[in-house]
Design a protein around this ligand. Structure first.
Ligand code: F6R
Length: 616
């Protein structure tokens, strides 16, 4: 959480450093929006501005009190951890002499101990970051060099950090450091950039360099120098970003979330692109695991959080069915604390849109320490999880800016299905023509998702009419169960409505007590071509209907059995059971998005949340 931008341009001062930084912050605001701030080095020294609240507040402040032209800039948008979201706690934080500024993403766990050492220093905030500003200020006094100061201070810090620092005496330099928190370098022409992710500089360059753990980088307009914690030269991995700035704008939609819901057919299609070799065999993006090991895998554990975990939950049904390997789905933050049974024959699949979720990173590390191989399903190139994994399957959803995940979810399910088919092919569980058949079904999904989106007006109308609803239940069976959980999560996080998802069969074991006259209940109905499952859900609809509930039903076209018991029916195209989540979740996303909008809430930046949760 927290978005970080750094910029160094030509030595002639201009307003470009500030403009580039503000633009980068706007693209990173999804990472946190409690406060924002910038620091610039100008011919007259260091200057800074910061403001609680969204970036718009900082822009207003800068309009009222403009900052002078500069040569370098750093900027920060905050998701508060230590200290309330106030002006004083906003970043940047300054050294005691006011000549050095630092911004930080992460948590310095030993900041109290370090603060005690700084006895006599006047602190102006409650943050852990200010301690670093003072330590760097002191180190600079001793070394007279910003990189040397960073190298002196970072080994003393415990926890997670991305740090960027500038100093009044170094008008051509930004220095950065990272541990357990992201930092990517953007390689420009006569200018260079730093960012929490590539969105920070995507409108200026697509050429980027990953930074490894515990590395320190010094950028000037013409040079990028990366060193390890001992100051020895280190290599970053260079990559080219495969999307452009237009992918990270609203493109005429009222919100990023609405745009990203409409991006879903493309996200699924792009995730399926180029997955077979010349002989029709499935291939992964990066594979550093011997195929013989994958053949001997006897258990898969999916680790992920939130929506990504629900994607894993969906994938479990397909992978077990196709590969006959037991699949467990574990919330990443629970995984390493319960002493999981993991061996060399366990494949851990880490699913993450950002690739930076700290809970998932820690689960990946724990799994590898136990001898398991880790395969990452991740959307963000250059992020930590793929770098620390043994194999990678990238989802090609493009940048997801809205805090609530939508297109990443569909792309994660698609990628996990590819993984399942890859394993089935490798282990001989499925014949090539069977794999090809499933790939065909997947290839038809973008058009089917589009069909659901084309019917969004009906869903939006129902959502607006329900804007005063205070409680909604979501019920599904089989792959419809994780879809129900996802539908409930979307409504909670966006509309702040109490919502619960249940396995429909669980209803009679307790949750049915919640059902009273007028209680809204969504049902995700399986295809009637699976009569056993379908009939059970129809019975569940009848049970709540009989108790006065309002029933909102997502059912396949032509499934007339639901007509009698449904107050509202959202139709989805005829789809094989395992593919159904890719269409049935879409009405739920549209519903939550529209209802939150109707309540006047900020759909893209719901309260208390941040896009990428980089603290445990
Ligand atoms: C919900 C949502 C979160 C994320 C979760 C994992 O809409 O976005 O639940 O899915 O925080 O994030 P990633 O996928 O970045 O690891």
């Amino acid at each position: 959480m927290c978005g970080i931008v750094g910029y160094v341009g030509p030595l002639a001062p201009s307003n470009r450093p500030l403009q580039v930084t503000l633009e980068g912050l706007a693209r990173l605001e999804y990472r946190g929006y409690d406060s924002a701030g910038v620091a610039l080095v100008t011919p007259d020294g260091l200057t800074s501005a910061k403001k609680a609240g969204k970036l718009a507040n900082l822009r207003e402040e800068l309009a009222e009190r403009p900052l002078p032209d500069a040569t370098v800039a750093i900027g920060h948008t905050r998701w508060a951890t230590h200290g309330a979201p106030t002006d004083a706690n906003a970043h940047p934080h300054l050294s005691a002499d006011g000549r050095l500024a630092v911004i930080h993403n992460g948590i310095i766990e030993n900041f109290q101990a370090l603060k005690a050492e700084l006895d006599g220093t006047a602190f102006t905030s409650e943050t852990d970051t200010e301690v670093v500003a003072h330590l760097l200020g002191r180190a600079y006094e001793e070394t007279g060099d910003l990189t040397a100061a960073m190298l002196a201070v970072t080994p003393r810090l415990e926890g997670a950090y991305t740090l960027l620092a500038v100093h009044a005496d170094e008008p051509a330099t930004v220095v950065g450091a990272r541990r357990n928190s992201p930092l990517v370098i953007g390689l420009g022409d006569g200018e260079n950039f730093l960012g929490s992710d590539v969105a920070a500089f995507i409108s200026h360059t697509k050429e980027a360099l990953e930074m490894g753990q515990d590395q320190v980088v010094t950028i000037t307009a013409d040079d990028v120098r990366v060193v390890d914690a001992d100051g020895n030269p280190a290599e970053g991995r260079r990559f080219t970003v495969d999307w452009d700035a237009s992918a990270a704008v609203k493109g005429g939609f009222p919100t990023f979330m609405a745009k990203e819901i409409h991006d879903q057919p493309k996200a699924v299609a792009d995730t399926l692109l180029g997955r077979t070799d010349g002989h029709g065999n499935l291939i992964l993006d990066e594979l550093r695991i011997d195929e013989s090991i994958l053949r001997s895998v006897d258990k898969i554990i999916v680790v992920a959080c939130g929506t990504a975990a629900y994607a894993g939950h969906v994938a479990k049904y397909a992978i077990e069915h196709w590969c006959r390997i037991p699949v467990e789905v574990e919330l990443a933050h629970e995984f390493r604390y319960r002493d999981p049974v993991v061996s060399e024959k366990t494949l851990v699949v880490a699913i993450s849109q950002s690739g930076e979720t700290m809970d998932t990173i820690m689960a990946v590390r724990h799994a590898r320490e136990q001898g398991a191989k880790v395969l990452a399903v991740v959307n963000t190139h250059g992020s930590t999880i793929p770098r620390e994994s043994d194999a990678v399957l990238y989802t090609h959803a493009g940048p997801e800016v809205a805090v609530a995940s939508t297109k990443a979810f569909l792309a994660q399910i698609t990628a996990c299905y590819l993984l399942g088919l890859y394993l089935a092919q490798l282990r001989g569980n499925k014949y090539p023509d069977e794999v090809a058949g499933y790939l065909d079904e997947l290839a038809q999904m973008p058009a089917k998702i589009q069909q659901v989106i084309d019917n969004e007006d009906q869903i939006r109308e129902v959502a607006r009419a329900m804007k005063d609803t205070t409680s909604v239940l979501f019920l599904g069976r089989h792959v419809g169960y994780p879809v129900a959980l996802e539908g409930a999560l979307k409504l909670k996080e966006l509309a702040y409505i109490h919502a619960e998802g249940f396995a429909a069969g669980e209803l009679k074991h307790g949750p049915i007590a919640l059902v009273e006259e007028g209680q809204a209940v969504f049902f995700i109905v399986p295809t009637p071509r699976r009569p056993l499952l379908h009939n059970k859900v129809i019975s569940n609809i009848q049970e709540v209907r009989a108790r006065g509930a309002r029933t909102l039903v997502i059912a396949e076209e032509g499934d007339d059995a639901v007509n009698e018991f449904a107050e509202v029916i959202f139709r989805v195209p005829r789809t094989p059971t395992l593919m159904m989540p890719l269409v049935t979740v879409v009405p739920l996303q549209i519903f939550a998005c529209e209802l939150a909008g109707a309540k006047g809430l900020d759909v893209d930046q719901p309260r208390n949340l941040a896009k990428s949760v980089t603290v445990e």
